[in-house]
Design a protein around this ligand. Sequence first.
Ligand SMILES: Nc1ncnc2c1ncn2[C@@H]1O[C@H](COP(=O)(O)OP(=O)(O)OP(=O)(O)O)[C@@H](O)[C@H]1O
Length: 254
Amino acid sequence: MQENTNQEDPIISIRDVYKSFGDLHVLNGVDLDVYRGENVVVLGRSGTGKSVLIKIIVGLLQQDKGSVNVLGNEVSDLQGKELNELRRKIGFSFQNSALYDSMTVRENLEFPLVRNVANLSKAEVKDQVESVLESVGLSQTINQVPSQLSGGQRKRIGIARTLILQPEIMLYDEPTAGLDPITCIEINELINEVKEKYHTSAIIITHDLTCARQTGDRLAMLLDGKFAMTGTFEEVFASDEERVKSFYDYNFIQ
Ligand SMILES: Nc1ncnc2c1ncn2[C@@H]1O[C@H](COP(=O)(O)OP(=O)(O)OP(=O)(O)O)[C@@H](O)[C@H]1O
C-alpha cells in the first residue's frame, strides 16, 4: 500500500446517487470520492449493488438521481463519441477476463489497440503488446490461446488487455474470484504494480478480505444501498457497527 494519493483531486466523485429497478431500491444515496493514485476497495455482500455502481460510473446504466463525475465529466451528460472517449480512459477488468478463445494472447492484446488507436504502425503494435505482456509477467504466453492458460494467467492477460489502452482508471470486478490463495496474492501484487507503473487510480470490487487488505488504500463498505463505512482496512476492521462486523464474521482473512 502506498500513501501517495492526492487528496485535493478526486478523479471520481459520486454524490447522493440513487438507483432502483422497479420496487428494488439498490442504491440509496451513495457518496464516494476516488483520488488520483489511490486504490479504493468496494466491499459488500452479493446483490448490494457494487456492479450497478460500476456500470453507472462507465455510463452503461444511468442513476435515477445524484451526480457521477469521472475525470471532470458528468457521466450522464455524455453520449456517443464523448462517452466512448471517457470509456477509453477506464480499464474494466471483468470477472471472467473476457478473452477471445479463438485468438492467441498476442491477437487478444492487439485487438483493442487496433480498434481504438488510429495510425499505429505494425512495429508500434508489436512493441506495445510485448511491453504490456512483460508488465504482467507473461511474455512466454504470447502465442498461446486462452484454453492453454491457467485461471491466474487468464486474469493477468485480461488485465494486460485493459492496460494496453493506458487507462487512467482501472475497475476490477472480483479480481481474485475462483483463484487459489497463492495466485490471489500474485494478482493482488499485480494490481499494486499496475498502480505504480501506469499511475492508475482504481476501484476494486471484492469479497476477498486479503485482497482488500493488500490492495486497498481505502475501503468502502456498501450496506443497504449506501457506503456505511469508509477508511483504511484497519479502521473499517475496527468498526463496532454490527452490520460491518457481521460482514467480517463471514469472511476468512488469511
Ligand atoms: N439491469 C438490471 N435490471 C434489473 N435488476 C438489476 C439490473 N442490474 C442489477 N439488478 C439488480 O440489482 C441488484 C444489485 O446487483 P449487482 O449486480 O450490482 O450486485 P453486486 O453487489 O455486484 O453482487 P455480486 O457480489 O453478487 O456480484 C441485484 O438484486 C440485481 O438483480
